[in-house]
Design a protein around this ligand. Structure first.
Ligand code: C5P
Length: 335
């Protein structure tokens, strides 16, 4: 039943960015998607979504923080719509009267995660909206059904229901929670050129044969990391950074579609003297550090290099350079 007190209070959800520590690509599936093997971790860098039951004819979304973000077609509204349809079915309400069971919502999104950057910000917002809408409506929806709905919203969405590090397989729908690294969580420096990347274009280049020469190396690194993540300290991850940074099979495809990123990545590597990885289909580059202080220091060095013209510009705007860390003590939703 709907809790009237809860309905008067906005529901707030933190929607973290994700990082692919590894991304090994398998073959193309009959549905056109690629099979993946990826160790994914949530980051402290996060959007914040609040949902309130509201009057009015339709759900609304107000976005703060990133004026470039397109509001129409945003994943939040799509997720609310899908959640409402599911609640109507569960509560046996005809579709045309779905808002009786699942009233109109006003959503407010504080956007911190760069868009189309390989950090799955939109997917995380969608997972937060799905979960938050059920909460706002006091609807109990089984974990299995939530996972199916999340998978319908996008390949990266199911990961966020796990609320912690996970091995992600299939097209993204098979999510196996992993223990977080032990002790203090490692820091990461994120470097995102202001050049949105089309995931579909990068996957298409990969499908057309733009792949790493070292066939199978990413898969081996990914399996190894999945088996030992919980035993590794931040320092151990730093020591493995070279292997992890090259364990993303999409890097050659991203660089083929966006050649300006070749010089950009090289300049970041030269400036920081550390292995530089890529999250998802890019363009976000990541560098692992043992502590947030180290990552902040690296951020300052890199900003200086950008200001002094030692990093070739990829877009008119400066890159997003941000020190963050793996999300602390992730809170698991369900086993
Ligand atoms: O599921 P999502 O909308 O995030 O996927 C975006 C695009 O990325 C798909 O249209 C597909 O081209 C590609 N993709 C893929 N295999 C995956 C995930 C995404 O080919 N596992």
């Amino acid at each position: 039943m709907t809790d009237p007190v809860r309905r008067l209070t906005p529901v707030v959800r933190i929607a973290p960015a994700k990082l692919n520590l590894t991304l090994a690509m398998g073959g193309r599936r009959p549905d056109g998607f690629h099979a993946l093997h990826s160790v994914m971790v949530p980051l402290a860098l996060a959007d914040r979504l609040s949902l309130a039951v509201a009057g009015g004819p339709r759900d609304s979304l107000h976005v703060d923080g990133n004026p470039d973000l397109p509001v129409e077609g945003n994943f939040v509204l799509g997720a609310i719509e899908l959640a409402r349809a599911a609640v109507a079915v569960v509560r046996r309400v005809p579709v045309e009267r779905a808002t009786d069971a699942a009233p109109i919502l006003a959503a407010r999104l504080e956007k911190r995660i760069p868009v189309a950057a390989g950090l799955a910000g939109g997917s995380s917002d969608a997972a937060a909206a799905l979960d938050g809408a059920f909460e706002a409506w006091g609807a109990e929806v089984a974990a299995g059904a939530r996972r199916l709905l999340a998978a319908q919203l996008g390949s990266d969405v199911p990961f966020f229901l796990a609320r912690g590090p996970a091995l992600v397989e299939g097209r993204g729908e098979r999510v196996t929670p992993l223990p977080p690294p032990r002790g203090n969580q490692p820091a990461v420096l994120l470097v995102t050129p202001a050049r949105p990347v089309s995931t579909a274009d990068v996957f298409a280049a990969f499908a057309a044969g733009v792949r790493p020469a070292s066939g199978g190396a990413s898969r081996a690194a990914s399996e190894h990391l999945a088996s030992e993540l919980g035993r590794l300290s931040a320092q151990d991850l730093v020591a493995r950074a070279g292997v992890l940074a090259s364990a993303n099979d999409l890097i050659p495809a991203t660089l083929a579609v966006y050649p300006a990123l070749v010089g950009f990545r090289r300049a970041v590597m030269r400036t920081l003297g550390r292995p530089v990885g890529q999250s998802g289909s890019g363009p976000t580059c990541w560098v692992i550090y043992p502590s947030i202080d180290d990552a902040e220091g690296a951020a300052a060095d890199l900003r200086r290099a950008v200001d002094e013209g030692r990093v070739p510009p990829v877009a008119a705007r400066a890159p997003f350079i941000h020190a963050t860390r793996l999300a602390e003590e992730p809170e698991r939703s369900e086993p």
